[in-house]
Write a protein that binds this ligand. Structure first.
Ligand code: ADP
Ligand code: ADP
Length: 237
């Protein structure tokens, strides 16, 4: 379970991106964070795994205060946090398999270097997760040969390979057409439910948020302005 309390972020530019946001994500729940561009959604996710340093507040994942960690303990905690990005963040010249395994290594390298770093069971598991996301048989394709939907599936495979305690997903569909967006959302929510992983998704398409989330958090100008079910959101609209 993720429990965020009174999270604040003021960038060095003076921009107050988060003004004190509290949000819990429990069990195998899917929470969608919606809000206009610039509302602070991406800053929120980046503060949870400390890609961005929060200015104030608490981020607790399964009892561990993430904001207290540094060095090796922070690296360890980050392995429990699966991240999926809008622009996929793949290494274009590497293969699908290399990209998936790179999530565990935390750096990129060539296949020969990779092989030395992975037990056969790691590689077996990578084949398994690639099958699960529908990319079986594409292991040796380079990332730059893939479609947008396939790239996002690689991103999902990379995130679930590490058996995360939570999945944080930043605008997974903004670069995809509507049909591919739905397929990616189906896959993400299916996997999270099967593996009992809490899922927090930033998404600006309200219809997708309502279709896929159990709970919706609405952000505006760095503050939480709505929290409730999709039905409750419809009532306020
Ligand atoms: P921090 O306060 O976390 O150190 P900085 O203000 O130093 O963040 O900015 C970090 C990076 O984000 C810099 O590379 C900066 O150019 C970039 N950046 C600055 N302003 C914005 C903005 N409004 N939106 C997105 N990125 C920005
Ligand atoms: P959203 O994901 O909802 O579009 P962001 O979290 O990206 O919102 O941005 C929230 C606010 O913080 C915006 O005003 C944005 O310009 C600003 N911002 C984002 N990143 C940075 C940065 N690195 N440095 C300074 N300001 C930033």
């Amino acid at each position: 379970m993720l429990s965020v309390t009174d999270l604040r972020k003021t960038y060095s530019s003076g921009e107050e991106a988060l003004t004190g946001v509290s949000l819990d994500v429990t069990g195998s729940e899917t929470v969608a964070m919606i809000g206009p561009s610039g509302a602070g959604k991406s800053t929120f996710i980046r503060c949870v795994n400390r890609l961005t340093e929060p200015s104030e507040g608490s981020v607790v994942l399964d009892g561990v205060e993430i904001t207290d960690l540094s060095g090796e303990s922070l690296r360890e905690a980050r392995r429990d946090i699966g991240m999926i990005f809008q622009e996929y963040n793949l290494v274009e010249r590497l293969t699908v398999m290399e990209n998936v395994l790179s999530g565990r290594l935390g750096y990129t390298s060539t296949w020969n270097a990779f092989r030395r770093n992975f037990a056969d069971e790691d590689i077996e598991r990578a084949y398994e997760v690639l099958d699960r996301v529908g990319l079986g048989g594409h292991e040796n394709n380079r990332a730059d040969e893939l479609s947008g939907g396939q790239r996002q599936r690689v991103g999902i495979a990379r995130a679930i390979l590490q058996r995360p305690k939570i999945l944080l997903v930043d605008e997974p569909t903004s670069s995809l057409d509507p049909e591919t967006s739905r397929a990616v959302m189906d896959l993400l929510t299916e996997i999270a439910a099967e593996d009992d992983i809490p899922l927090l998704i930033n998404i600006h398409e309200v219809d997708l948020a309502e279709k896929y989330a159990n709970r919706i958090a609405g952000l505006r100008e760095g503050s939480l302005v709505f929290e409730g079910t999709p039905a409750e959101l419809d009532e306020t609209a």
